[in-house]
Design a protein around this ligand. Structure first.
Ligand code: TXA
Ligand code: MG
Length: 539
């Protein structure tokens, strides 16, 4: 532990920080993008301290910051300055753009992580600028966060991560841009964006013509694939709570969050200002839906604030478009989410569920007779076990449950799966996601705007969260038992077993939008379904 000095942005304090840097120490400095953790770029020992303080892998190179374009040549930082670098510098420096060029001999291996290139940036923040002027140094500076955490956008974030590990923190207020600089390499045949930022692809193309976007900006690297920018291969920006991106309309997102939260109080939302009043879950907003620059500025603070929400386990975040500044947002958020995205359906979904023996299937049949499109969970379940990965997972959980021809031995699987609540939970964990996927795919492909999910396990599978309307069919216990005995020929024992594991009537009532009470005759049911049908189509 060392004593970290907390400094303001006065000339005197910046001079104290400059002295620490000249002595080979570490200083956190504000830049217009995020706070950087700076050291003398030409002092390999000093630079090594940055990796230690951050816990950063040594194979991830650093950006060298300079005060003036002429410093690049004067210090011999690069082999040569390409014409395109001059054009980009003129258009965007000082500012949130980093340019990668062939490195000069003075660059220590610690900075370039053994690559033959170096990343250079001239920041526009006056404090960073003054710090370079007063120290007379080029500054190697990654973002001043602990490796893996969101980059810091204010001095408090830096203190949370770096107190006791570095010489000083210069407080320059909140960062204006909020996401790290756009990184472009000129060391490839065609210039290539390695990390998107406030300066967009379109902005750059207007200055130097056609450029590429590295595939790793938007997509997960395949195992063993080499990252053009080593920083992109690491888990990044992640709060402790799990983050999942959710893509869908305003209306669908709000329904999804509220339904998820109703049943799981560990749910929170990361969304737009406009959503907030309509969301029941704890909710962090990034700004107005159409203001991506504001969202970029707010993003890292919000990702840090996530873990301050009481009891939060999972954060559903609205998925930005990957266009313009949205590309920078998407790039950070998809990493915070470890590439997990939920696509909400475009169709109107009616969830139809209920206790066994309640007559749910009969209601589905009647709705179908009215012309509604029905997606059957039972059919999806049969298809799900044709999937190799699902069968393999079932064998891993329950031993060999395959028939000699490789298909699933359903009876054996059912016997084992329903022998204990733990095994039932395991079965559900393995099959439900696949079943839900198959049903959602069928719904999207259906030639209908509204689709009914006929699913006895609508809630248990989490499919409820996708539904616009949930209808539950209920009936008294003795009536249900009679139906199960007469219709399905089940024994008393089998019936007791099934009823023991299902959700209560109170649960169905609490979490459904519409209830069909099926204690009467089939004529009465037909009338009720007729009325339900009219309610559904007239919504
Ligand atoms: O806005 C910013 O760029 C901030 C402020 C402090 O300037 N800095 C920053 O640094 O974000 P850092 O180290 O967190 O991110 C630098 C990124 C990493 O993904 C790294 O792998 C990449 O740039 N990078 C640096 N040098 C490179 C090189 N020679 N070739 C390829 N990628 C490089
Ligand atoms: Mg970083």
């Amino acid at each position: 532990m060392m004593d970290t000095l907390f400094l303001s942005n006065t000339e005197q304090d910046i001079e104290r920080a400059a002295a620490i840097l000249r002595d080979g120490g570490l200083v956190a400095m504000p830049t217009e993008t995020v706070y950087g953790l700076a050291a003398d770029a030409l002092n390999g020992n000093a630079v090594r301290g940055i990796f230690e303080a951050k816990g950063r892998p040594m194979d991830n190179p650093l950006i060298v910051h300079v005060a003036d374009f002429s410093d690049i040549d004067r210090l011999g930082l690069v082999k040569e300055v390409p014409d395109k670098a001059k054009k980009l510098a003129e258009a965007f420096w000082p500012g949130p753009l980093t340019i990668i060029m062939k490195k000069g001999g003075v660059i220590p291996d610690e900075v370039s992580a053994g690559l033959d290139t170096v990343a250079i940036r001239i920041p526009s923040h006056p404090v960073a600028h003054r710090l370079m002027e007063l120290s007379g140094l080029a500054l190697a500076a990654p973002s001043a966060n602990t490796s893996g955490k969101p980059s810091p956008t204010c001095a408090r974030h830096v203190r949370d991560d770096m107190d006791g590990r570095i010489g000083a923190i210069l407080d320059g207020g909140s960062c204006e841009v909020g996401v790290e600089s756009t990184v472009i390499t000129l060391a490839t045949k065609t210039p290539r964006i390695l990390r998107p930022g406030l300066i967009t692809r379109e902005d750059i193309e207007a200055v130097i013509g056609h450029i590429e976007v590295d595939p790793a900006v938007l997509n997960q690297l395949e195992k063993g694939e080499k990252a053009a920018s080593p920083g992109m291969k690491y888990k990044h920006y992640a709060p402790k709570a799990k983050v999942v991106l959710v893509r869908g309309s305003d209306e669908k997102f709000i329904k999804f969050i509220n339904r998820s939260y109703a049943r799981n109080k560990g749910v929170a939302a990361l969304c737009y200002d406009e959503d907030k009043a309509l969301i029941n879950a704890p909710c962090l907003t990034l700004g107005a839906e159409n203001d991506e620059e504001m969202q970029a500025q707010a993003l890292f603070d919000a990702l840090r604030a996530v873990d301050e929400i009481d009891g939060v386990k999972i954060v559903y975040a609205r998925c930005p478009s990957a266009q313009g500044v949205g590309m920078a947002l998407y790039n950070r958020m998809i990493r915070a989410a470890a590439f997990e995205v939920i696509d909400l359906p475009h169709k109107q979904l009616i969830g139809l569920t209920g206790q066994t023996g309640s007559g749910k299937s009969e209601v589905a049949r009647l709705l179908k007779a009215h012309g509604m499109y029905i997606v059957s969970a039972d059919e999806a379940a049969r298809k799900a076990v044709e999937d190799d990965a699902v069968r393999q997972a079932l064998c891993e959980a329950f031993g060999n449950v395959l028939l000699p021809d490789g298909s699933l031995d359903r009876r054996k699987t059912a016997q084992i799966a329903f022998s204990s609540p733990e095994n039932t939970a395991k079965l559900n964990e393995i099959t439900h996601p696949k079943i839900a996927r198959l049903m959602l795919d069928e719904a999207e492909a259906a030639d209908a705007d509204t689709v009914v999910f006929d699913a006895s396990q609508l809630f248990e599978s989490g499919e409820d969260a996708y539904c616009d309307v949930i209808v539950s069919v209920i009936a008294d216990r003795d009536i249900r038992i009679k139906r199960l005995t007469q219709r399905d020929g089940l024994s008393e024992e089998e019936i007791a077993l099934r009823m023991g594991v299902q959700l209560s009537e109170a649960f169905f009532k609490e979490f459904s939008d519409d209830i069909i009470d099926n204690n009467g005759t089939s004529e009465q049911l037909a009338e009720k379904v007729q009325a339900l049908y009219e309610r559904l189509v007239n919504r």
